[in-house]
Ligand binder design. Structure first.
Ligand code: NAP
Length: 534
């Protein structure tokens, strides 16, 4: 089925349609322009104006849900594997769209596209272990009274609503599939709402899966363009999984319908993630090199547009100078420009508006922190600096551990980090916590006792902690990489959400119920249930 129509607004750009209520539908106006951030050219338009979103949600609930839930976990896991294979076969196309609409280098696109395919494959594999079951089981039947025949068992029943997935612009592929994989495995149909700025890739991937006819009708829908009144029609059994800025997350959480109906919401928001160089580490130690490499990789990968990227760099005060020098030496090797040029290792931000926001954010940081690195005569390779959304990487530095509260407030969503010197380990832990709740922090030291202490001290304010001693310096997966087997999310400012974490992620899409009954009744329920921890 064609997913694009002749553009009605006079350029070569595509008009992205939404796949809702089992058919492709275009909005009634051109909507928002999606651009190539390297050139500023419009590549697509997206509008959801006039779409009947009440009917769309009902279709997902009433048509997609029941058919999905007739299948067992193992059958749905098999479908995830087929989706992964279908997407993998067109990997080059996805990379091209990621270059044209997100300004991704090949390495950036791999994080998004390969990350999404890898996540689907992972859930296909671990979902198969749940076998022919239709329910989840938690623990074993337990005796509840003197009569041994009266027992209790906690089970998870898949929700009978629709999962609304609202995603951020920086991961159009991974954001779509990391949520959809878990939801579909649970048996809950998906209404995916990609961020408009980069919806093209998400829309084409969904189109590939719909065309392949892999899923029951109504199991997978996509809404391109503004969310409009989508949330007004939520009801019992529906969930919202949101990824984006803290402000929009708050708007979603405060939505009248969400509050009135107590709709289950998972928020993955922004985060001021830290990297911490241990007090024991000197410039000639391997941990120092691993630390500097990771900071620079996080600043430049996806042009710093990763929710998990390192924003605050905590170093012992007596190492501040050598750490600054090491980071600058690596930053000087970053080539910014057209991601189509193989020599370029950092592309543009997503659009000129985001460039303006990042430049403004850098100026804000600069009110309390000085520039350590900010190239003045910056020219992007093979690109027009005025039309493209390019910024060079910026490293700022506070004079002391105090008096720079702005670095704990402002998330600059670009290739920007601020170095903060600390006095002692307690001061370092306190500074890391001042992010107000973060997705990830990484700690670099040769002292495993210190790493363990840091991990525990930072545990209540972080969702994930990467504790790097030289033994894993080259083999760890990286500060910013979200693995499907590990929890993703963080407390406080980071949204308080939890995604992934292997089969643990399935619980968001199930109602946990305490079943009380006779041994025979519970055995009949238990027969249909699988233990996700087994
Ligand atoms: P955003 O502006 O908050 O938008 C996120 C999504 O919310 C988009 O799909 C947007 O749609 C939608 N939206 C906007 N207003 C809405 C409303 N009133 N009701 C429902 N949905 C609404 O964020 P972004 O600029 O795309 O992404 C960057 C931010 O996301 C950064 O702050 C980053 O830290 C964060 N992020 C967090 C994670 C994580 O896992 N924690 C991952 C990636 C990014 P439109 O695009 O159509 O406006």
């Amino acid at each position: 089925m064609a997913t694009t129509v002749e553009n009605s607004v006079g350029s070569e750009a595509k008009v992205l349609q939404s796949y809702v209520s089992g058919k492709w539908q275009a909005g009634s106006d051109p909507g928002a322009a999606l651009v190539n951030p390297t050139t500023g050219d419009t590549v697509a338009w997206a509008s959801s104006k006039g779409l009947d979103l009440k009917a769309a949600l009902e279709y997902s609930r009433n048509v997609g849900g029941p058919d999905l839930r007739k299948l067992t976990y193992a059958q749905r896991a098999e479908l995830l594997g087929e989706i992964a294979d279908t997407l993998a076969a067109r990997r080059d196309e996805w990379f091209e769209i990621a270059r044209r609409n997100s300004g991704n280098t090949k390495a950036d696109a791999a994080i998004d596209v390969d990350g999404s395919i890898g996540t689907l494959k992972y859930f296909a594999k671990i979902g198969a272990k749940l076998g022919d079951a239709h329910l989840l089981r938690e623990g074993s039947p337990m005796r509840l009274a003197r009569d041994q025949n009266f027992q209790g068992l906690h089970v998870g029943v898949p929700l009978d609503g629709v999962a609304v997935h609202i995603n951020a612009y920086n991961f159009p592929a991974w954001g779509l599939w990391e949520k959809a994989a878990v939801s579909l495995l649970a048996g809950v149909p998906v209404m995916s709402k990609p961020a408009t700025a980069t919806a093209w890739l998400a829309q084409e991937m969904v189109s590939a899966v719909i065309e392949a006819g892999l899923l029951p009708p109504g199991a997978l829908s996509i809404l391109c363009g503004s969310p409009n009144d989508l949330l007004d029609y939520l009801r019992l059994g529906d969930v919202v999984a949101f990824t984006g800025s803290a402000d929009t997350g708050e708007t979603v959480r405060q939505h009248a319908r969400v509050r009135q109906q107590n709709i289950r919401v998972n928020i993955e928001a922004d985060s001021l993630n830290a990297a911490l160089l241990g007090p024991d580490v000197s410039p000639d130690s391997p941990a120092f090199a691993f630390f500097a490499r990771e900071v620079v990789r996080e600043m430049s990968s996806k042009t710093g547009q990763k929710c998990t990227a390192i924003r605050r760099v905590l170093v012992p005060a007596d190492q501040a100078e050598s750490a600054t020098e090491a980071i600058i030496a690596a930053l000087q090797k970053i080539v910014v420009g057209d991601p189509g040029n193989a020599l370029v290792n950092m592309g543009p931000l997503v659009n000129l508006s985001q460039r303006g926001t990042v430049e403004e954010g850098i100026r804000e940081l600069n009110t309390q922190a000085e520039f350590a690195y900010w190239p003045e005569n910056f020219t992007p390779v093979d690109a027009d600096a005025k039309k493209g959304a390019f910024v060079p990487p910026a490293l700022l530095k506070t004079r002391s551990a105090t008096g720079a509260d702005i670095v704990n407030r402002v998330e600059v969503f670009g290739p920007v980090a601020t170095l903060i010197p600390y006095h002692d380990k307690e001061n370092a832990f306190e500074l890391a916590r001042q992010g107000g709740g973060s997705l990830a922090a990484s700690v670099f030291s040769s002292d495993t006792a210190f790493l363990a202490e840091a991990g525990i001290a930072l545990g209540t304010s972080h969702g994930r902690l990467l504790l790097v001693d030289p033994a894993i310096g080259d083999s760890h997966t990286g500060h910013g990489i979200v693995l499907p087997s590990c929890l993703h999310g963080g407390p406080g400012r980071a949204g308080g959400g939890e995604e992934l974490g292997g089969l643990h992620g399935l619980w968001f899409y199930h109602e946990r119920v305490a079943m009380q009954g006779s041994v025979a009744t519970l055995a009949a329920i238990n027969e249909k249930a699988a233990d996700p921890t087994a």
